[in-house]
Design a binder for this molecule. Structure first.
Ligand SMILES: Cc1ncc(COP(=O)(O)O)c(C=O)c1O
Length: 406
């Protein structure tokens, strides 16, 4: 007989997932409702309105996809990429490669451009790629947790409009932790997940799309035979190749038509609604400043231990920090000791960075002074045990000073 689930009280300081805000966990313990119950439909409408606030948009179609963050990516790309469409993907980390792979599965003629991990694209490189490839769709990450870098996006929307391309942005790592004004930056489709700066569990992907994206999606609208009313016509565009991630059907389901699609993951909707409610109650500028403060304090503490930060620091995300594993130190042993002795999880890394850097998250519910100080104190003890030379106590002092608390 398996025992009751009773997880260790970990402090999750990796690149996500992080510890959920207790209010989100409480919302998730609420009883289920049917998805067409008037009370549940009101929760859905409230969720749409709350995420309009989080995405800083007036977009009518602002909703959540049931599934992890990549469900949002897949729904966006499957719904706007028609077979043969040219798709430009600027890759600055692992999650750029993910969008290349998904766009190919959607039948796109994918053109990837790459920059070294730890850097981002300059505006001239993006403009040159647009001129060269003339894409119909551009898909890019805002922040890539694999490299901890954030791509400046303020001008890309206008550039895409000048080339009549749709711009999709993967904001999984940044939504709620960094400014991302969807309307002001002219982003056509944006999706995210809950498990990073939004302080929830993974399993729900908030997504917003504007009228430019909507018109491209609705011309591909095909209603399932079992739901079609007499005389109802399909769109003239090619059918979206995924049923589950067909945004035309998902829109019909979220609209007042309430056309049946999937059975709603009601518990995840409660979670998504609570995540948005919490971040808006805090205020977006305050949430961004809290992430920035945690990042500055963590970086000050790491520097005080003699550790070197990874990547172009001008473009580092405030919610994840890459730090080089120092010479002579076994990175995996350090992670193991943090977990065994302190119940603290930090991240390893992928691809070319595997084994070379740790990734430490300060995001969502864990972008807090006590979480940063505890992590630094524990890391210091573990590194000292590995004979890494450091001044004991300096890391916590430096972090406290960064918080202005000395
Ligand atoms: C930028 C980015 N995109 C996509 C994903 C994939 O998210 P999920 O694992 O929730 O599908 C992640 C996860 O770390 C991410 O950081």
């Amino acid at each position: 007989m398996a025992e009751e689930i009773n997880p260790a009280p970990r402090l999750l300081m990796g690149p996500g997932p992080i510890n959920a805000d207790p209010r989100v966990l409480r919302a998730m313990s609420a009883q289920l409702l049917g998805q067409f119950d008037p009370q549940f439909r009101a929760y859905m409408r409230e969720t749409m309105e709350l995420y309009r606030g989080v995405f800083q948009t007036g977009n009518r179609w602002t909703l959540v996809i049931d599934g992890t963050a990549r469900a949002g990516i897949e729904a966006a790309l499957a719904s706007v990429i028609e077979p043969g469409d040219r798709v430009l993907v600027p890759v600055f980390g692992r999650f750029g490669h993910l969008k290349v792979e998904i766009a190919k599965r959607c039948g796109g003629d994918v053109r990837a451009i790459e920059t070294e991990w730890g850097t981002v694209f300059g505006s001239e490189a993006l403009a040159a790629a647009m001129r060269e490839h003339r894409p119909r769709v551009v898909a890019i990450s805002h922040g890539d947790t694999s490299t901890t870098m954030a791509q400046p996006l303020a001008d890309l929307g206008r550039l895409c409009r000048d080339h009549d391309a749709l711009l999709y942005v993967d904001a999984t790592a940044t939504l709620g932790g960094m400014d991302l004004p969807v309307d002001a930056w002219q982003l056509d489709l944006v999706s995210a997940g809950l498990q990073k700066c939004l302080a929830g569990p993974s399993g729900s992907a908030p997504l917003t799309l504007n009228e430019r994206a909507e018109s491209r999606i609705l011309r591909r609208r095909h209603i399932e035979a079992g739901l079609k009313r007499p005389g109802e016509k399909d769109g003239e565009g090619p059918i979206i190749r995924s049923n589950y991630f067909d945004l035309a059907m998902v829109i019909d389901y979220w609209s007042d038509k309430a056309l049946n699609h999937h059975t709603e993951a009601t518990t995840m909707l409660y979670a998504a609604r609570e995540c948005a409610r919490i971040v808006l109650a805090e205020g977006l500028p305050h949430a961004f400043a809290r992430h920035a403060a945690a990042s500055q304090a963590l970086c000050a503490g790491l520097a005080a231990m003699g550790l070197k930060l990874f990547g172009d620091q001008r473009h580092k995300m405030p919610n994840v920090t890459g730090v080089h594993v120092p010479a002579g130190v076994d990175g995996e042993k350090v992670r193991g000791a943090l977990l065994d002795h302190f119940n603290i999880e930090i991240g390893t890394s992928f691809g070319p960075l595997h084994g070379k850097i740790w990734r430490i998250g300060t995001m969502g519910y864990n972008a807090r002074k006590d979480a940063v100080l505890t992590t630094l104190a524990a890391l210091e003890a573990v590194l000292a045990a590995q004979r890494h030379k450091l001044a004991r106590g300096a890391a916590v002092d430096a972090a406290l000073a960064a918080y202005g608390a000395t």
